[in-house]
Design a protein around this ligand. Structure first.
Ligand SMILES: [Zn+2]
Length: 285
């Protein structure tokens, strides 16, 4: 990647992350290098600041391939809906909070970077027909963050290797060089990127995220049935264009049936849904 491109990616990541641009990326290794016994380190799970660091790097990789939609009003609106559902999720707080942004990509998709950076494409936004369906997408992605589905795709062998390196003298030198820190975590970033962008989560992770999304929408005052209505639309679209979201979050009849069973027969108050849909349509792109 050319230097100009790197600067652009950094600028885009800083934009998405808002006030987080000043985070010291070296702090992870600094903390890790403070003499924790090696045996303990080699068995501990990834902590919240490490999760955030890996997630931020994964987000930067996605932004190197797909550009952000430069529309502050739309970004503000998507964040408003996203924060509403995140607050009612099973994990309302992360190390640096949730941040939502729109990718200027036609292929319908959404990505949940570990730590809470959530990206939705223009194509998926266009597939949604109401604010409740947008909330359903965001609640599903928040659930992947809450369930740590991305970060848990780092292989055990990889993580043991990171922890072992952290426990050595070399890690003390990493603390002074952000570039070296990237190489320490590079394999972990590869694992997460591959899962959330290329191969997708397991079927059980998808179903758990759907179930959590239904619950979150209910708690947040949105129509829990929006998860099912969106899955319906995705299944209809898939016939024309497999790939993207259809690969990473495959919408299947089985998934839809399970979501419908969770939602039950109750209907959302039509007046409220209509008011939100009207607001959503102002931002439709
Ligand atoms: Zn998913």
């Amino acid at each position: 990647m050319k230097r100009g491109a790197i600067l652009l990616v950094s600028a885009a990541a800083a934009f998405v992350l808002g006030g987080c641009a000043g985070i010291d990326v070296t702090s992870v290794a600094t903390i890790a290098a403070k003499g924790v016994p090696k045996a303990v380190q080699a068995s501990r799970p990834i902590n919240d600041s490490e999760e955030y660091y890996v997630g931020r790097a994964v987000g930067a990789r996605i932004l190197a391939q797909q550009s952000l939609r430069q529309d502050p009003e739309l970004t503000r609106y998507v964040n408003e809906v996203g924060q509403t559902v995140a607050r009612k999720s099973a994990r309302p707080q992360t190390f640096k909070g949730y941040h939502f942004a729109v990718l200027d990509t036609q292929e319908p998709n959404a990505f949940a970077c570990p730590g809470g950076l959530i990206l939705i494409t223009r194509g998926l936004l266009q597939t949604c027909e109401s604010e409740d369906e947008l909330a359903a997408v965001l609640a599903h992605e928040v659930s992947h963050v809450a369930n740590k589905d991305g970060i848990n795709s780092i292989s055990q062998a990889r993580w043991t290797e990171v922890l072992t390196t952290m426990g050595t003298e070399a890690a003390r030198q990493y603390a002074g060089a952000a570039g070296s820190l990237v190489s320490l975590f590079e394999g972990s970033i590869d694992d997460v990127f591959k899962t959330i962008v290329v191969s997708g989560y397991s079927r059980s992770a998808e179903e758990a995220a759907d179930a959590a999304a239904v619950q979150t929408l209910r708690q947040a005052g949105y129509d829990p049935g929006a998860v099912a209505s969106l899955l319906d639309k995705m299944m209809a679209k898939e016939k024309g264009a497999p790939g993207g979201m259809f690969k990473t979050h495959p919408p299947t009849a089985d998934r839809l049936a399970k979501v419908k069973a969770l939602v039950g027969e109750g209907k959302a108050p039509e007046k409220e849904v209509a008011a939100r849909t009207q607001r959503f349509q102002k931002y439709k792109i």
